[in-house]
Design a binder for this molecule. Structure first.
Ligand code: HEC
Ligand code: HEC
Length: 294
């Protein structure tokens, strides 16, 4: 049976997660660019208001240019990396450099998380694989606080200005144009598109970015001895990823368990947890051809 988690529930889940995470502040571990910044709920909401004010105070064009500079700067972060090390061209992914292996702090789970593409990121809430971050503003502010060396010590107004700029920049990122956009998909890919819709992929991967912005329990296997719990409030649930440029995202799923798209289709075929019927070899090939054209 499919399980749907309405967005309202998710906000509740995010609140629960935020309250629970307050107790982790003060623990230290390996750097996670998207780690828990350890601010109280009140401090964070004050900071998010400052981000909103900074966004409104400056023209979008200036913010976008400044945001790109910050996103690509290798001098602001702790390890001499930039956001673009793991998110190349702004929206792409560098799997070799970008996989974050947990635990990254005391009490954390064990297991890898693959980088997520930022194409259309303004439309793909909630954020991170377990969806515990409700807004892009919050996600970007977390990265500034945890990834930039001065993130936690610099004045809040500086953090807010940097977050506003990066937020404006990443909001401009659209996927590279493909056969899907150009209307030049092969006959096999067109057949795959029909199957994608008729067998039920589209129920979760819907809209221009192929995500329903919800969490689902699919039963994706753990890698090795990992114990990634997914969403803290909804165990085993992960955030439906967008599928634009999915050909460039191997290995697949939150933990990279599937090396290529045919293996993803083998996982879905006949999967009763997800509600997908058994697919024939040619059907799987056609859906892969469709995915390759996105
Ligand atoms: C070491 C690699 C690495 C670096 C550096 C990095 N990221 Fe990420 N990024 C990731 C990974 C991995 C995830 C997925 C994390 C998860 O779900 O647990 C992610 C997720 C995100 C997301 C959420 C996307 C979504 O749709 O859920 C955003 C936004 C983001 N990163 C922005 C940034 C910004 C801005 C910076 C720089 C300030 C940055 N990242 C630096 C690896 C990285
Ligand atoms: C019930 C909702 C649901 C349905 C139905 C569904 N998916 Fe997914 N899909 C998800 C979720 C959630 C994930 C992330 C799971 C994880 O990482 O643990 C995912 C992950 C993926 C990925 C990996 C993307 C990446 O960046 O790693 C691909 C490819 C994909 N799905 C294609 C399909 C295809 C093709 C179908 C139909 C055969 C399908 N999905 C049906 C929810 C769904």
């Amino acid at each position: 049976m499919r399980r749907y988690w309405p967005f309202g529930l998710l906000i509740l889940a995010a609140t629960v997660a935020a309250c629970a995470s307050a107790s982790h502040s003060g623990t230290s571990g390996r750097a996670d660019p998207h780690g828990d910044p350890g601010l109280s709920t009140a401090q964070m909401s004050k900071l998010l208001n400052a981000v909103q004010t900074a966004s409104a105070a400056t023209s979008q064009a200036v913010l976008v240019e400044e945001g790109k500079r910050l996103f690509e700067s290798t001098t602001l972060s702790k390890a001499g990396q930039s956001c673009a090390t793991c998110h190349p061209s702004g929206g792409g992914v560098n799997m070799a450099a970008g996989i974050i292996t947990h635990p990254t702090k005391a009490g954390d789970f064990t297991g890898p998380r693959t980088p997520i593409p930022l194409w259309g990121v303004a439309h793909t809430a909630p954020y991170t694989w377990d969806g515990h971050v409700a807004t892009l503003s919050q996600q970007v502010t977390n990265t500034v606080l945890t990834f930039f060396s001065a993130g936690k010590t610099q004045p809040a107004s500086t953090t807010a200005g940097q977050a506003a700029a990066i937020l404006a920049y990443v909001s401009t990122l659209g996927p590279p144009p493909t056969a899907f956009d150009n209307g030049t998909m092969s006959a096999q890919a067109l057949e795959g598109q029909k199957l994608f819709n008729s067998v039920g992929c589209v129920e979760c991967h819907e809209g221009p970015f192929f995500t329903d912005n919800k969490l689902h329990v699919l039963g994706v296997p753990q890698v090795g001895n990992s114990d990634d719990p997914g969403n803290a409030a909804l165990p085993g649930a992960f955030n439906t990823p967008e599928l634009r440029d999915v050909k460039a995202l191997a290995p697949y799923m939150h933990n990279g368990i599937f090396a290529d798209l045919p293996r993803v289709l083998d996982f879905y075929s006949g999967n009763r947890e997800v509600g997908i019927r058994q697919l024939t070899g040619p059907e799987k090939d056609a859906i892969v051809a469709f995915l390759m054209s996105l």
